[in-house]
Write a protein that binds this ligand. Structure first.
Ligand code: SIN
Length: 501
């Protein structure tokens, strides 16, 4: 009798994880998540849409060029070209899964966001794109016979046999754990924005999957590149509602505390790449509050921006006639588990996709509305590839190890860490601030214990270490202590490589 086939374990119910799980069919999939499905995770909150060259005169190449320019030419150009070439088919696939994108007289309605030379972003339900896409994929996955579900369990250890990942340990809220053997494991656990004092990410986005891969010894890449969104609603809390860039695409303008236009110095004005706008807002805030003036936008807020409208109204702000107070906040991690074009990590049997992964596609600063696109395109590719992997029969004498992420920090220590990262590795950094933070993590008695025991602190230490090693300013990694900006030759070389394709 043939041995039962081990499932592909996919960790994470966001758009990347769901796309991977669906694409793995007919291979059996065990889809696990820390929260209940349809709760938590950044996909659900994504307001910006999905970028694809769909307009007459636009092209995958132009989309790729904008992606690489926004990424400070630190991108893997081949990955970029693959992503942008696959974008129109990804939109068609999502439509086939039941996503109803917004339409106008010309067909799919195309919006514009920062860093894009043309309008090429589709939305669903206005600024509810992430929720709509997630709901459609969840419904498909719920109906798929090859997918089994485990919710409210934490994948807190990886099972390795002879150096290959062959399973995960799942722990439920009551502390009961179970080791599940797998043909392969796909991490789709999202980013680490909630490790920062101010973030647009939900509280659960603390890099749990990244820390798991770190503990297992997977190679990491570009950890220092954290994107700060320039316009989070300035409520003063830890999780800040996003004020989508699509508003600036529709004509909203950033103003300083005296009401002067903030972005006029840049040729793309308010639609400059996100890292540049975030730093400008950050610097202008030294003189006083910064606001987004969306009062000139046409009617139709309820259809186009229902989420922003509700968030503002909850704070007593009517954005149709009042400026919106905004501030930068941690939004997206470009760095992560180093993966190839198939999502394969440096550990055989371990794959990663979406924000937890780093294939180099986003470079030093992700282009707006490329993240859901990456989740769908790379998620599907990784699901297909990982599903082909079959377990080798266990060799007699094989060495089996369970590599644990280890305990996390308690609430007070997490809060201290978030403040530390915000001040040392925020939108504008200095070698001195990063050194001090690393010293604090290593030297203070209590934090020394944290660094040894708290996986969030280990992840933060790795991020700070990567930031200190980055010699110059590049994309979202920006220091104010006089280092050189990205060399002109880096940009020229990137342009040459993309032109050669
Ligand atoms: C936004 O809507 O401003 C964010 C979109 C994105 O993160 O790509």
């Amino acid at each position: 009798m043939a041995a039962p086939r081990q499932p592909l374990v996919v960790v994470g119910h966001g758009i990347a994880g769901l796309s991977a799980a669906l694409a793995a069919a007919p291979a059996p999939v065990l889809l696990v998540n820390r929260a209940r499905s349809g709760e938590g995770g950044s996909s659900l909150l994504a307001q910006g849409g999905i970028a694809a060259a769909l307009a007459p005169g636009d092209s995958a190449w132009a989309h790729a060029r904008d992606t690489a320019a926004a990424g400070a030419w630190h991108n893997d150009i081949r990955m970029v070209l693959r992503l942008t070439a696959a974008a129109p088919a990804a939109i068609a696939w999502l439509q086939a899964q039941g996503v109803a994108f917004d339409r106008d007289q010309a067909g799919l309605a195309l919006g514009r966001e920062g860093g894009h030379g043309v309008a090429r972003i589709v939305h669903a339900g206005g600024d509810r794109t992430g929720a709509r896409v997630t709901a459609a994929l969840l419904a498909r996955a719920r109906a798929a016979a090859h997918i089994q579900w485990r919710e409210q369990v934490d994948a807190d250890a990886l099972l390795l046999r002879d150096g290959a990942v062959v399973g995960v340990r799942l722990r439920d809220a009551a502390g009961c754990s179970e080791v599940v053997e797998a043909a392969a494991v796909v991490l789709a656990t999202g980013g680490l924005g909630a490790l920062y004092a101010h973030s647009t990410n939900p509280a659960g986005c603390t890099g749990s999957g990244l820390a798991l891969a770190q503990a297992a010894g997977a190679r990491m890449r570009d950890l220092e590149f954290v994107q700060f969104h320039p316009t989070a609603l300035a409520t003063g809390g830890a999780t800040l509602p996003l004020v989508t860039e699509a508003l600036r695409g529709a004509g909203a303008r950033l103003r300083d505390h005296r009401g002067r236009l903030l972005m006029d110095f840049h040729p793309m004005a308010d639609l400059a790449p996100r890292d540049i706008v975030a730093r400008t807002v950050w610097q202008a805030q030294r003189a006083g509050p910064v606001s987004l003036d969306a009062t000139s936008l046409p009617q139709g807020w309820e259809a186009a921006f229902p989420t922003v409208l509700a968030a503002c109204v909850a704070q007593g702000i009517d954005p149709r006639c009042m400026p919106i107070p905004v501030t930068p906040a941690a939004h997206f991690h470009m760095g992560g588990i180093a993966v190839d074009a198939d999502g394969a990590s440096s550990l055989p049997g371990l794959y990663a996709v979406g924000e937890v992964a780093c294939s180099g596609v986003h470079g030093g600063n992700r282009l707006a509305s490329n993240s859901l696109l990456e989740g769908v395109v790379c998620g599907r590719r990784t699901g297909e590839v990982a599903a082909q992997r079959t377990c080798m029969p266990t060799r007699p004498g094989a060495s089996t190890r369970l590599l644990r992420r280890g305990p996390g920090l308690d609430a007070a220590d997490r809060a201290a860490l978030r403040r530390l990262l915000w001040s040392a590795a925020g939108p504008v950094r200095s070698v001195e601030s990063m050194r001090q933070a690393q010293d604090e993590l290593q030297a203070q008695d209590e934090l020394q214990a944290l660094a040894a025991e708290g996986w969030q602190a280990r992840l933060a230490a790795a991020l700070l270490d990567a930031a200190r090693r980055r010699p110059g300013n590049l994309g979202a990694h920006w220091r104010d202590d006089g280092v050189a900006s990205v060399d002109a030759h880096v940009a020229a070389d990137g342009q040459r490589r993309i032109s050669a394709q």
